[in-house]
Design a protein around this ligand. Structure first.
Ligand SMILES: Nc1ncnc2c1ncn2[C@@H]1O[C@H](COP(=O)(O)OP(=O)(O)O)[C@@H](O)[C@H]1O
Ligand SMILES: [Mg+2]
Length: 395
């Protein structure tokens, strides 16, 4: 009884419960069926009530796993529907409980390990891969975004100070140290955020003004159309050469207000972005857009009509969260820089790696550079070698 008392008392204190999780295992075994009974998750046969039973309690590095057997007639889906209420009855936070059906029973994971608040950046293991680390989940499992995968285009949202520029820095550092795609970088903070990359040979364009963004987006669209023409000529369906990526840090500045002298340019940019988001993937032309204040029309033009992955740091309100994720969840994220919801087929909370500008500068110092600024501005982005790369037909 004393053990039970202690475990319930510390139930909401993550670090303590982790240390005491084994004294609490007994209580989970006992209290899971009790919670189910209270919630009506049982099957009645005459006078007998059959309840779920915890057949095994496994202590894991990240918390506790319960293997639960269900009585005939009680579906796992019904129990999973009551996940939040069961968590409350077990005195653990709702988001620490994960349930799934497996081997004619239910696996209930109670993840008591705290997420790290700072995760150091690590250089990728496979330098040829377009996979970039987005963060680790509560179990310390890494999660990646693959620029070569099934979710083309990446949208990054969340409040100022959330970690958008830092994750862009770590994504770009990984890409330039690895496959070095052709990069078109737009930094509307005058170059403070992405400036460290501007002299790299793989950076085909660098812009700091709205007009620069229009020019670079138009160049990239021309490149996309050129690649389509080559694909058609070769009877190929998708580009297997180097990818070209347009990165924009602070898309918020694109929102035009009444009387905005840049309204026309902004409308043009939006139209180009919408076209690239719809057609870019097959041509290996991708977008990474970061925005503090997502405007529904830009985002609608992109993610609602085309499959995209989203990274959403904490948002000011549920409306902003809905624009990015279609769910209010990012408004409830803790105020921890680098804490985000990564959305692909499902949503998962992660802690992003931290990479300082100094460290990034050091990591990229030995990569091929351009000699002069002028070259960056005027370099023709069409590369003959690429044209030869696209004759493999993807089936
Ligand atoms: N992944 C992270 N881990 C730890 N701290 C972070 C992380 N990302 C950002 N920060 C902290 O938050 C600050 C603001 O991050 P930044 O990327 O500039 O925010 P945003 O671009 O969203 O306004 C950084 O200077 C850093 O101190
Ligand atoms: Mg920023």
């Amino acid at each position: 009884m004393l053990t039970l008392g202690i475990s319930l008392l510390v139930g909401s204190v993550g670090t303590l419960i982790h240390n005491l999780s084994f004294s609490s295992s007994f209580s989970f075994r006992k209290h899971f069926p009790v919670a189910c009974r209270t919630l009506g998750l049982s099957v009645t046969h005459g006078n007998e009530i059959a309840l779920p039973s915890v057949n095994k309690v496994i202590n894991e590095s990240w918390g506790v796993r319960l293997l639960v057997g269900l009585p005939v007639g009680l579906s796992s889906a019904k129990v999973i529907d009551h996940k939040d209420a069961i968590a409350e009855a077990l005195r653990v936070p709702a988001d620490s409980v994960e349930m799934r059906y497996a081997n004619d029973g239910l696996i209930v994971d109670i993840v008591t390990q705290q997420m790290p608040t700072r995760l150091p950046y690590k250089a990728p293991d496979d330098p040829d891969s377009y996979r970039v680390l987005i963060g680790v989940n509560q179990r310390n499992e890494p999660r990646y975004y693959d620029f070569d995968g099934s979710y083309p285009h990446l949208l990054i949202g969340g409040i100022s100070g959330g970690g958008k520029s830092v994750i862009l820095r770590s994504i770009l550092t990984t890409l330039v140290s690895g496959p070095a795609p052709d990069l078109y970088l737009c930094d509307l903070k005058g170059g403070v955020e992405l400036g460290i990359f501007r002299r790299l040979a793989c950076v085909k364009g660098f812009g700091t003004t709205i007009e620069d963004v229009r020019r670079l987006a138009a160049e990239l669209e021309a490149e996309m159309l050129r690649r389509y023409a080559i694909l058609a000529e070769n009877g190929a369906q998708s580009w297997t050469g180097k990818k070209a990526i347009l990165v924009i840090d602070e898309l918020a500045d694109f929102k035009s207000r009444a009387g905005d002298p840049d309204a026309k340019v902004k409308a043009e940019i939006k139209a180009i972005i919408a076209r690239i988001s719809a057609k870019g993937r097959a041509a290996g032309v991708l977008l990474v857009l970061a925005t503090q204040r997502p405007s529904a029309d830009v985002v609608d033009g992109m993610i609602k009509t085309n499959i995209a992955a989203s990274i959403c740091f904490r948002t000011r309100d549920t409306t902003q969260s809905r624009i990015i994720l279609d769910s209010p969840a990012a408004a409830d994220l803790p105020d921890i820089p680098g804490r985000l919801i990564f959305q692909t087929a499902y949503d998962e909370t992660l802690q992003a790696p931290f990479l300082s500008a100094e460290e990034a500068r050091r990591l990229i110092a030995d990569l091929p550079q351009r000699q002069h600024e002028e070259v960056v501005q005027n370099e023709p982005h069409i590369n003959q070698a690429d044209a030869m790369d696209c004759d493999i037909i993807e089936l």
